[in-house]
Design a binder for this molecule. Sequence first.
Ligand code: SF4
Length: 63
Amino acid sequence: MAKVVIIDRDECTSCGQCADDLPDVFAMDDDDIAIVVEGHSGSEDDIQEEIDACPGECILWKD
Ligand code: SF4
């Protein structure tokens, strides 16, 4: 089963980096907090890069 990526909204710094880098996977909501685009088809490698780069350490693989 494909891994599921989630955002810890409490820790998001609203930097927008993930949405800039992978707009098919991440977007910013009305509160300027990152969200995961429903039904995205982003690769695990690309998402892992964003996990590693996220300054809030708030992009996570769901257990
Ligand atoms: S890279 Fe991290 S801190 Fe920045 S907007 Fe995305 S989830 Fe939030």
